[in-house]
Design a protein around this ligand. Sequence first.
Ligand SMILES: C[S@@+](CC[C@H](N)C(=O)[O-])C[C@H]1O[C@@H](n2cnc3c(N)ncnc32)[C@H](O)[C@@H]1O
Length: 267
Amino acid sequence: MSDIKKYTQANREAWNEAMPHHQKSNADKWDIAFSDKGFSVIKEPELSLIESLNFQGQKIAHVCCNNGVELMSLKNMGAGECVGFDISDEAIQEARERAARVDIACEFVQTDAYDIPEKYHDTFDIVYISIGCLGWMPAIQRFFGKVAALLNEDGELFIHESHPFSEMLPSDDLDNVDPMKIIEPYFKQEPYIDNDGIDYVGKTTYKSKSMYWFVWTLSDILMGIIDNGMKVRHFSEYPDDISTLHGKNQESGPEIPLSYILIAEKE
Ligand SMILES: C[S@@+](CC[C@H](N)C(=O)[O-])C[C@H]1O[C@@H](n2cnc3c(N)ncnc32)[C@H](O)[C@@H]1O
């Protein structure tokens, strides 16, 4: 097994294990929400920026789409063909079943991001990446190589992610630690290995299969994009925690960078 596969397969199993925990608290909520025609989870500051791409009618790929609620929202807002890719069998099953139930025409494909089939290459106007994707990728350069391959010649990449700066700070579940104290390195060579579960939805903990989270610096991300033939044309940083892990940092006083939006276009 290649090094990449060793990590992504472990993460696949961990995500399959996690999804029933998320579904316990969330599944009905999304069914009710999406029964309202036109429902969307996309909010500011993302909303204005994604609208600036004139995405209506455009073909969108969502890599790491999880249960598909963001992609289904984009579809409800007028996107054209929509395809979501995710490694978790359980997440894709939930996405497919809900899309069918509420009659939203999105395609959902279970695949490792690194293995997205070639038939999808050169076909997308927009590749959309939202909170909590890049850290699951064991090789960021190769990941952005796949993103570039998915885009058509005028295609654009849209990322709304947690800021790498926040990786240095304690997450909310750590008690008795100053939330503003730097406790982790910015330049982290090895992945974090976690066995405490990822129920950031219901906030329960469980003994989980090992999952591997990689910290990519801003320069890793920017160079991964640039080296794969894309030009960054927008970058903005925000003091908002979009991860649900750094609420204490957001509330603690000084405004620090907790999230960012980046738009790049194929050169
Ligand atoms: C935090 S969730 C993304 C959540 C999404 N933004 C949301 O809020 O629902 C991360 C997702 O990445 C997926 N993932 C992890 N590694 C992957 C890989 N190698 N290829 C494709 N998807 C992957 C997981 O299965 C999971 O659904």
